[in-house]
Design a protein around this ligand. Structure first.
Ligand code: HSE
Length: 437
């Protein structure tokens, strides 16, 4: 059988990795797919040919639309990233009857509903394994491997750059900016690194996980997003003293009130496996009602790890080329007509426990006053710690863990505490999750 011809949009970190993996492992991949797979055309504005293998068989141009319009191609791999022109290119490829493989989480999180609708009508597939957690096959695991379950919750370290920064800050006391620069040089960070440190990249990925877990439309705009830029070395240290680690988690959970979708720094018990996922590595913990908790670990970014997921998607598409489109694995795990519009909970309605840190005057009655404000708001304190003041300073950090409280209730209490003359600045808060299944 003739090889399947593929057009590649983008020859950067992941595009280059995809060409290299497809070329290097061509025979093994053909044995799996049942046909050869050949990238024959590519579009790239700039690229470095020195590290690319198999480029001599590829016609490279700088007009991505000409690749998408090429009638010889069956599959388009979109690896240019961003919302536009990726959206227009993918929609055009679908209109032209081509299957699409993409690593573009921003595109799927923001425009996935429109894209899947167009693909469904045209009977083509849009595969996006590489969009979430790089090389970890988490889409396949949730969509297919766990298809028997009611998914209860998912909690993941789904941004390698953020995890790398938090790990280096904890282990080596390095500066935030210095570690970020290293992550950029290693090709982990997004083109706009605020997407990594402010949690936007993780929110894109969590939006996708929430949809395939619960069979709901993609709703990026309702995902609560908080970055890691306010975490101070002292928070890392206090977390440690309480027996926790701070991780930047994406959490989605089904509750009776609705679906939680939230990305924020989170304190988790040190003894959990996921608390020990360090550096650029990603991990996703999925709790299903039948299977219990399951953990998926691997490289969440980088050239060949991400290419691994892209190429696996291409293989899946090739295997399905001859099947009836009605029998493809549904894009969002549940049949297209069976998605449900469950409410996404605003963060104010989410119930969690909290770590609180405040700088207070060291004099009698201050802790009692703060405790009484919390008590009046029905917030119970689980643990409390106050350090000796530094010499010449009459203020001290007061650190505590609360029991479970609805966020709205905590906000009111914090606003009152911040009004006290004996409390300086803002109260730092970090949500705490036990992740105990
Ligand atoms: N910037 C992302 C990360 C790349 O650091 O995880 C993979 O999506």
């Amino acid at each position: 059988m003739n090889p399947v011809k593929v057009g590649l949009l983008g020859l950067g970190t992941v595009g280059g990795g995809t060409l290299n993996v497809l070329t290097r492992n061509a025979d093994e991949i053909a044995r799996r797919a049942g046909r050869g797979i050949q990238i024959t055309h590519a579009a790239a504005k700039q690229y470095d040919p020195s590290n690319l293998i198999g480029l001599e068989h590829v016609e490279v141009c700088d007009d991505a639309f000409s690749v998408v319009d090429n009638p010889e191609l069956d599959i388009i791999i979109e690896l240019i990233g961003g919302y536009s022109p990726a959206r227009e290119l993918v929609l055009k490829a679908i209109e032209n009857g081509k299957h699409v493989v993409t690593a573009n989480k921003a595109l799927i999180a923001m425009h996935g509903n429109e894209i899947f609708d167009a693909a469904q009508k045209k009977g083509v597939m849009v595969a996006f394994e590489a969009a979430v957690a790089g090389g970890i096959p988490i889409i396949k695991a949730v969509r297919e491997g766990l298809a028997a379950n009611h998914i209860e919750w998912i909690a993941g370290i789904i941004n390698g750059t953020g995890n790398f920064i938090l790990t280096e800050m904890r282990d080596k006391g390095r500066e935030f900016g210095d570690v970020l620069k290293e992550a950029q040089a290693l090709g982990y960070a997004e083109a706009d690194p605020t997407f990594d440190v402010e949690g936007i990249d993780a929110a894109h990925k969590l939006t996708i996980l929430g949809s395939i877990a619960f069979g709901i439309p993609l709703q990026f705009e309702k995902t609560y997003t908080e970055g890691i830029t306010k975490i101070e070395p002292q928070d890392v240290e206090y977390a440690d003293q309480f027996g926790y680690r701070i991780k930047h988690l994406g959490i989605t959970r089904k509750t009776e009130a609705g679906i939680e979708m939230r990305v924020h720094p989170t304190m988790i018990p040190q003894r959990r496996l996921i608390a020990n996922v360090d550096g650029v590595m990603n991990a996703v913990l999925v709790k299903g009602d039948a299977v219990g908790p399951t953990l998926y670990y691997g490289a969440g970014a980088g050239s060949e790890p991400t290419a691994s997921a892209v190429v696996a998607d291409v293989v899946d598409v090739v295997r399905m080329l001859t099947t009836d489109p009605e029998n493809h694995v549904p894009h969002l795990a549940f049949q297209a007509g069976k998605l449900v519009d469950l409410a996404i909970l605003p963060i104010e309605e989410v119930e969690t426990t909290f770590y609180l840190r405040m700088q207070v005057v060291d004099k009698p009655g201050v802790v009692a006053k703060i405790a009484s404000i919390l008590a009046e708001s029905q917030i119970s304190i689980e643990a409390i710690q106050q350090k000796e003041p530094a010499e010449g300073d009459n203020t001290v950090p007061l650190v505590m863990l609360t029991q479970k409280v609805i966020e709205m209730q905590l906000n009111k209490a914090i606003a009152e505490i911040e009004q006290l003359d004996s409390v300086f600045g803002q109260v730092m808060r970090i949500r705490v999750e036990r992740l105990d299944g």
